[in-house]
Design a protein around this ligand. Structure first.
Ligand SMILES: *Cc1c(COP(=O)(O)O)cnc(C)c1O
Length: 420
């Protein structure tokens, strides 16, 4: 569900973000530009949050999916917590007015200064990813004279049936620890005067379409949690991670309220508070990438549409072979369908937004919308080829707000130094 549709719901009229014409945004802000829909984002948050009403819970939005501080602010105002994976993300959350007591901190490479920062602002807990990290946390906490709240991230060895780059709960992945190691770490944490066990967590991957892998993973985590409880270790919350998939093309993902209902049932049966760490499912379809056609080109038997957005703006097609729906903003009568690759100006053959796509013939200056770009779009953008990163705007009813100014070339070399 999203609020990007054609004016007056007429399939021949121009595309809008809520009540704002995309062509107005392009004229005023330029392209490429990320356009988010506030109504879509808020709706997605509420649906998930309401699906968990039957149990004490925290929705901790995974900041890395889309980390613009206005987006974080919007979610914080709805009551959202945050799942962070770096000190930088923590600072973004604080800047956006997020409540540190609703922050969980995941990630395999937490450094002492990042841990210290998190403990100083009293986040809800650190999701521990290894034995070494538990020791580091203990030392940092001892140095600060505090007790660090911890949860051990269990790697349940479940196949989430998704792209291999976003499967994180397999035996071969770098995340979490096995249930056996987790058990040992819980006992170590329980004995330590500088650590306080608060929960248990897992996160098995991203763009997961079925409920079964979640159920299997949570089942294994609960089995361990119940054993630990039997040994006298109190575990208050169950953090089921994120990873629920969305529709990009013709997927049929399980719906947020279905996941919510399953989680509530389990949490009630086992008396857990619940944490969930959704990223993509909240923002993925709440954002699109607006780009303009630079030119067209025929090479051999291939036709290319060259646009002003590239892999540095949206890397998902290049990195994961991801499919994004693409539509012209304006539809013109009499333009025949052509099979084209939509590519950017970056000097890599892997620089494409779409391959072999049937689209109405394009002309320079035409505007094109790339759907489903809200998650892992701007947040994965780079400056490769010295391309300033795109602007970001938030549409809200009949108006829109600039939430990130387009970078300038001077921004790119800030910090670089010429030789004397
Ligand atoms: C990335 C990540 C998430 C969010 O994943 P989505 O697929 O975007 O929902 C949640 N938890 C952790 C630990 C992550 O690394």
């Amino acid at each position: 569900m999203h609020h990007f549709s054609r004016l007056d719901a007429d399939p021949l009229r121009p595309l809008c973000a809520e009540g704002v014409q995309l062509s107005d945004i392009a004229a005023e802000v330029g392209t490429p530009c990320y356009v988010y829909s506030r109504a879509t984002l808020e709706r997605h948050y509420r649906v998930l949050d309401e699906s968990l009403q039957g149990v004490a819970h925290m929705v901790c939005y995974a900041v890395k999916a889309c980390s613009n501080i206005a987006i974080l602010q919007l979610l914080a105002r709805l009551g959202s917590g945050f799942d962070i994976v770096s000190g930088g993300e923590l600072q973004r959350v604080l800047r956006a007015g997020g409540d540190p007591r609703k922050v969980v901190y995941s990630g395999v490479g937490k450094q002492a200064d990042e841990i210290a920062q998190a403990l100083r602002v009293r986040i809800h807990c650190l999701n521990v990813e290894s034995e070494g990290e538990l020791h580091t946390i203990e030392q940092v906490a001892a140095g600060l004279g505090v007790r660090a709240p911890v949860s051990i991230r269990v790697n349940p060895e479940v196949d989430p049936k998704t792209h291999k780059y976003v499967a994180t709960g397999l035996k071969s992945s770098k995340f979490g620890v096995t249930p056996e190691v987790a058990e040992r770490l819980y006992h170590a944490a329980d004995r330590s005067p500088h650590l306080r066990v608060v929960g248990i967590d897992c996160h098995i991957g991203s763009q997961i379409l079925e409920l079964d892998p979640f159920a299997e993973a949570v089942g294994r985590v609960i089995e361990l949690a119940e054993r630990l409880r039997g040994q006298g270790i109190a575990i208050e919350h169950l953090d089921v991670g994120g990873g629920l998939g969305i529709v990009y093309q013709d997927e049929e993902p399980a719906l947020p309220h279905e996941l919510g209902a399953a989680v509530v049932a389990i949490a009630r049966r086992h008396q857990f508070k619940v944490i969930i760490e959704p990223g993509r499912v909240l923002v993925g379809n709440a954002g699109l990438l607006l780009t303009r056609v630079v030119g067209t080109k025929t090479q051999g038997n291939k036709q290319f549409v060259i646009v002003d957005a590239a892999m540095n703006d949206l890397i998902r097609p290049s990195l994961y072979g991801a499919w994004h729906r693409i539509e012209p903003v304006h539809l013109h009568a009499g333009r025949p369908l052509q099979h084209v690759d939509v590519v950017g100006p970056v000097c890599e053959s892997g620089d494409f937004l779409a391959q072999d796509r049937a689209l109405p013939a394009m002309q320079p200056g035409d505007l094109v919308a790339v759907f489903g770009a809200g998650a892992y779009g701007f947040s994965m953008a780079s400056n490769y080829n010295s391309r300033p990163r795109a602007a970001e705007v938030l549409a809200d009813g009949e108006v829109y707000t600039l939430i990130r100014a387009r970078e300038t070339v001077q921004d790119l070399w800030r910090g670089e130094l010429l030789l004397g």
